[in-house]
Structure formats: structure tokens, C-alpha cells
Write a protein that binds this ligand. Structure first.
Ligand SMILES: NC(=O)C1=CN([C@@H]2O[C@H](COP(=O)(O)OP(=O)(O)OC[C@H]3O[C@@H](n4cnc5c(N)ncnc54)[C@H](OP(=O)(O)O)[C@@H]3O)[C@@H](O)[C@H]2O)C=CC1
Ligand SMILES: O=C1O[C@H](COP(=O)(O)O)[C@@H](O)[C@H](O)[C@H]1O
Length: 598
């Protein structure tokens, strides 16, 4: 696959080859940072050659990004024609919100306001991700970061707080200290209430000072509890929206507790924002291996033909954490593991895994396919769910707390900290294939993975070499999202030697061994996408509705019937009921530690 690269040709002052993959956008940015889009001489020609059919119409945009929704561009398009082409597209609103359409980077600014800047997520993820983007040269030339929260803090105190939370992947890199100093100079703080238009208007004045009359693009990241989302959106949109550029809002989950509350949240958000301005974040979509899922499926001939009920016996989506809800018990008790992990992170992965081939890599095309597959799914049934809650456990002289030992959790709470579920997609491709999900807190390890178990080989000549356990010989594809990212395929092979003994081995793409480059944090990718107006990895409202309608009935039933969770010891593998559920569908969980990489 080619990447964007620049070449010099005798007839054109600059010419370009564009990539068939939008995924390489970040590389493109680097390649092109020295070639601002319209800084080439007016009579220069731009040579656009796109190798993938889907991008025949692509044109090179600022920073090397691509726009695909423009009419065909001739191979040798004079720069002036290209320019007017782009202008006509943006002015007709065909291409949303002038995304990435800063004619001259010197004339525009981006202000990123972290609302809830004093909080856990801001410190743990958002500021480190912004710094990593700055370090990598990915933020626009003119940017300002504002922290906004009720806590009283000076700019210096915010900077001090941010510098202490530098736990990102950059912290041991060359010149990190220097870059950090530069970054901190661009960070400011404004203390205000979330429901005060006056306080947001003060923020607006401060932002204007930094923007210095340039086109102002503004991104608000709502890193606050959900009960104050709407107040903050209302005030930000009425008093601190950009007057001449774009305004976008990243909304953190939870997006409601069920179909009704989610619809109400969407309705309220849409009183103040258009759908195009709302970026609902699911940070699992920003994880490297989740992004790679489509590449694996759609760019390898060997997988797509097998990707159906004909060859796949079951699919498992597994999430486990080796710590409890300590410190977040208050939030968690209101939601539980099904809402916290399954309805969003695991379901999003499932949708990407199971969707049909999208028309293109365009955000709307991908999200259309995700909605279709979600709408083909059967709502989850109570008999297809097992719930659990962790209890205290002592090991090696250490006593680990029970979920209900948290002071913010009611002693008689039935909230599940573990759940296993069997879901089904009633379409031609997946009819009858169980999609098993398992998610839990305070388990024996921290892991997120997708396991695809293929069917047994019919009439296998080597059956007797496997003994009675045919499952051992089943091909399995494992996509380990974290930690230690890997994609491996379990195959059967002969043990070398004169005899005929069979073994099961892994064809292993182990990222750390294959690539020396660090994997960016999910929040880096998603923040950058939001700045660039790229919606592919954000959740559209109809996707959200479809996701909630799968889980809402069972969540209501669990609560109404006060279903007791099965208790499991902190640090264990979770309730045994999960195994019975899988066995009902002839499935054995793949994470039992039998394979070499488990
Ligand atoms: N933390 C995490 O790992 C994750 C969090 N999320 C979501 O991100 C958002 C932020 O999470 P997190 O940082 O943990 O949240 P916090 O509880 O840390 O809250 C963030 C900030 O909001 C303000 N705040 C807290 N409670 C209230 C309240 N009742 N009324 C008004 N203001 C309040 C506080 O700032 P101040 O008092 O200074 O105004 C606080 O620092 C939430 O929606 C959460 O669900 C999503 C995924 C993971
Ligand atoms: O959204 C959430 O995700 C985290 C897990 O995220 P990860 O990137 O560390 O795997 C989870 O701990 C939290 O409960 C949930 O709200």
C-alpha cells in the first residue's frame, strides 16, 4: 500500500501520489506539512493519482488529508481549478462544516476547551493525549488549550497539574521536558459554573484574546458527569460558540441509561447543536487494533470469504480488568457493567466485525453499515445473560475488597460488575452464529480481545490425532486489542520428526516485535479526528438508538426482577455461570489459558 508521498517531476512544481488508505492520514500529515495546500505557485499543477477506486475522486487537502466528496478531479488539475472546486464544495455545504478547509493555516486557530478539567479523565487521558499530539507535531499551528471547571485554579496551577499527569507514552522521549514547557505555555484555565452563561461568556472573551481576530475553530470536550452535560452544552453554545469557524463538542459516555434516557439526551443536545457538531466518543474505536479490524477484513483476501456462518462457529468479545471499581463506585453503581462496557465498547467492536463491506471508507458509509448490522440483531434475552458481582478475597496476605465495600455503593447493591451474554445477528451472513460477550471488573487479568472460532474441518483425515477434544484443533483467530497488541491465528501443524504427531501453533503478528513505533493512545487518535472533523470513529445518534434497543429490555428486566448476581472472588475468572451459558451454545471460552499467547 502506498502512502502519500511527494515527488518532483520536471513538468510540475509539486506532484503527489495519494494513498489508498485514509488510515495513513497521520503519516500523510507529516509528509505534507511542508507543502501547505495552496502555497504552490498559482500556475502549478497538482498531479492526483489515487490507487483505490473509492478514492478516484479524492483531492489532496490541507495537511495531506483527503476529501472524497468532490466531483472527479482530472489527473492534471491546475491548482486554481482545484481551489475553486474545493470552494464550491464547501460553500454548498456538501462537505460538512468547512472541515479541514482552512485556506491558510496562518489565518485560523483551534481552541480546545476541556470542560471538567479538574477531573479524573481530563488528568488521566485528555491532557496527556493533547500533549502527545503536540509533541508529534499533529496540532494546528495556532492552538490554545483551556481548562474549564468550578475548582479555583490559576493558569500556573493548571499547568502544574497537567505536568504532573504526564503519564503518556511521550514522557521518556527525547526533548520531552522542553516540548512540555512549550505545550504548557499554550494551556490556560478559566473557573466557572457549568450552568452559567456569564461564566462561558467570560471564557469566550479569553478565547477571543488568544484567537487574535483569526478564524476561530472551537472544540469543547465534555469531561463531566452526565447530569450536567446539557447545562454545559447550552451555555457553551449560546455564549462561547465560534462566530466565524466551526464549533464541535465531544461528549463522553454514558449516553443515557436506556433507550428513553438516551433519546432524551440526544433531543436536548440537538436543541443546541446539530448532529454534525456532536462527537460521541467511544474510546475503544480509537484503539489501534479496533481500527485495524476493517483493514484485516477488507484488505486480505484470505479472511473475508471465511467471514460468515459457513466457516465461523462463534465469535467471542472479551473484556476483563484486574481491578475493581474503587474510586468510581458511585458512578458505576448507577450503570453496571452491561452499560459501562457491553452496550458501547464491545457492541461497537461487534458491529465493525460483523458489518457488510461499506461503500467506501467515508464516515457515513461505515456508520450506515454499522447501523444495519445492529438493527439486524435480536434484543438480548434474559436467559442469555449471566451477571456477577465481585466479593472480597484474601490472597498472599492481602485482602481485596468486595464491590459493596466501597462507601459510595449501597451494601445491598445488585449491580453487576461482571456479565456474559449471547447475542445473535439475524441476517444471511450470521444466522445462528453466537456472538458471546464477557466483561468483568476485578478479574484475574486485564485484557480485551476478539476470538473467532472456526468450524471443525469436515472429514478431517487427522481427526484421530486430536483425540476426543476437537476444540483443541479448531482454528482460532485472536485479535488482542490490549495489552500487548497482537493478531494471531491458531493452526495445526506436524511436530517435526519421523513420527506423525500434531501440534497447535500460532501464526503471530505481535505488534511490539513487528513495529518499533509506539502505538498511540486511543484518545490521541480521537481528539485529532475531532479537530479534523473526521467522524468515522464517533457514534451517530441512530447507531446509539440501535445499540440501546438491544440492551434496554434486558436491563429493565434485570432491575425489575431484582436478579441476584453470582458472586465471584476478587481476582478470579468470574462466575461459573458464564461457562454454562457458553456451553448452551456449544462454545468454550477461548481465554481459558490453553493457547500459547493467552
Ligand atoms: N474517568 C474515566 O476513566 C472515564 C470517564 N468517562 C466519562 O467521562 C466523564 C468525566 O469523567 P471523570 O473525569 O471521571 O469525572 P469526575 O467525577 O472526575 O468529574 C469531572 C469534573 O466534573 C466536576 N464535577 C464532578 N461532579 C460534579 C457534580 N455533581 N456537579 C457538577 N460538577 C461536578 C468536577 O470538577 P469541578 O468540581 O472542579 O467543577 C470534576 O473534577 C464522565 O462522563 C464519565 O462517565 C468515560 C470513560 C472513562
Ligand atoms: O469506558 C470505560 O473504559 C475503561 C476501560 O478502558 P481501557 O481503555 O483502560 O481499557 C473502564 O475501566 C471504565 O469502567 C469504563 O467506563
Amino acid at each position: 500500500m502506498s502512502t502519500f508521498s511527494s515527488m518532483h517531476s520536471p513538468s510540475y512544481s509539486h506532484s503527489f501520489i495519494c494513498s489508498s488508505s485514509i488510515n495513513e492520514k497521520k503519516n500523510q500529515r507529516f509528509v505534507f506539512s511542508s507543502f501547505p495546500r495552496f502555497s504552490v505557485p498559482a500556475n502549478a499543477k497538482v498531479f492526483l493519482q489515487c490507487q483505490a477506486n473509492s478514492h478516484q475522486n479524492a483531492v489532496l487537502m490541507q495537511d495531506g488529508a483527503m476529501a472524497t466528496k468532490v466531483s472527479p478531479v482530472e489527473k492534471e488539475t491546475p491548482i486554481e481549478k482545484l481551489k475553486s472546486e474545493l470552494l464550491s464544495v464547501t460553500s454548498s455545504n456538501e462537505w460538512d462544516e468547512k472541515a479541514g478547509f482552512d485556506i491558510n493555516e496562518n489565518e485560523s486557530t483551534v481552541s480546545i476547551t476541556v470542560v471538567g478539567a479538574s477531573g479524573d479523565l481530563a488528568k488521566k487521558k485528555i491532557f496527556p493525549a493533547l500533549f502527545a499530539l503536540y509533541y508529534e507535531g499533529c496540532l494546528p499551528k495556532h492552538f490554545t488549550v483551556y481548562g474549564y471547571a468550578r475548582s479555583k485554579m490559576t493558569d500556573a496551577e493548571l499547568r502544574n497539574m497537567v505536568s504532573k499527569t504526564l503519564t503518556c507514552r511521550i514522557d521518556k522521549r527525547e526533548n520531552c521536558g522542553e516540548k512540555m514547557e512549550e505545550f504548557l505555555k499554550r494551556c490556560f484555565y478559566h473557573s466557572g459554573q457549568y450552568d452559567s452563561e456569564e461564566n462561558f461568556a467570560q471564557l469566550d472573551n479569553k478565547l477571543k484574546e488568544h484567537e487574535g481576530g483569526k478564524v476561530s475553530n472551537r472544540l469543547f470536550y465534555l469531561s463531566i458527569p452526565p447530569n450536567i452535560f446539557i447545562d454545559a452544552v447550552k451555555c457553551a453554545s449560546s455564549s462561547a460558540s465560534s462566530g466565524n469557524g466551526w464549533t464541535r463538542v465531544i461528549v463522553e459516555k454514558p449516553f443515557g441509561r436506556d433507550s428513553d434516557s438516551s433519546a432524551a439526551l440526544t433531543k436536548s443536545l440537538k436543541q443546541y447543536l446539530t448532529e454534525d457538531q456532536i462527537f460521541r466518543i467511544d474510546h475503544y474505536l480509537g484503539k489501534e487494533l479496533v481500527e485495524n479490524l476493517s483493514v484485516l477484513r477488507f484488505s486480505n483476501l484470505i479472511f473475508e470469504p471465511l467471514w460468515s456462518r459457513q466457516y465461523i462457529r462463534n465469535v467471542q468479545l472479551i473484556f476483563s480488568e484486574d481491578f475493581g471499581t474503587e474510586g468510581r463506585g458511585g458512578y458505576f453503581d448507577h450503570y453496571g457493567i452491561i452499560r459501562d462496557i457491553m452496550q458501547n465498547h464491545l457492541l461497537q467492536i461487534l458491529a465493525l466485525f460483523a458489518m457488510e463491506t461499506p461503500v467506501s471508507l467515508d464516515a457515513e458509509d461505515i456508520r450506515n453499515e454499522k447501523v444495519k448490522v445492529l438493527r439486524s440483531m435480536r434484543p438480548l434475552q434474559l436467559e442469555d445473560v449471566v451477571i456477577g458481582q465481585y466479593k472480597s478475597h484474601s490472597k498472599g496476605g492481602v485482602t481485596y475488597p468486595a464491590y459493596t465495600d466501597d462507601k459510595t455503593v449501597p451494601k445491598d447493591s445488585l449491580t453487576p460488575t461482571f456479565a456474559a451474554a449471547a447475542l445473535f445477528i439475524d441476517n444471511a451472513r450470521w444466522d445462528g452464529v453466537p456472538f458471546l460477550m464477557k466483561a468483568g471488573k476485578a478479574l484475574h487479568n486485564k485484557r480485551a480481545e476478539i476470538r473467532v472460532q472456526f468450524r471443525h474441518v469436515p472429514g478431517n483425515l487427522y481427526n484421530r490425532n486430536f483425540g476426543t477434544d476437537l476444540d483443541q484443533a479448531t482454528n482460532e483467530l485472536v485479535i488482542r486489542v490490549q495489552p500487548d497488541e497482537a493478531i494471531y491465528l491458531k493452526i495445526n501443524n506436524k511436530v517435526p520428526g519421523l513420527g506423525m504427531r500434531l501440534d497447535c501453533s500460532n501464526l503471530n503478528l505481535h505488534y511490539a516485535a513487528r513495529y518499533s513505533k509506539e502505538i498511540p493512545d486511543a484518545y490521541e487518535r480521537l481528539l485529532l479526528d475531532a479537530i479534523e472533523g473526521e467522524r468515522r470513529l464517533f457514534i451517530r445518534s441512530d447507531e446509539l438508538d440501535a445499540a440501546w434497543s438491544l440492551f434496554t429490555p434486558v436491563l429493565a428486566e434485570l432491575e425489575e426482577k431484582k436478579i441476584m448476581p453470582e458472586y465471584y472472588p476478587y481476582g478470579s475468572r468470574g462466575p461459573v455461570g458464564a461457562h454454562y451459558l457458553a456451553a448452551r451454545y456449544n462454545v468454550r471460552w477461548g481465554d481459558l489459558g490453553l493457547d500459547q499467547s493467552a
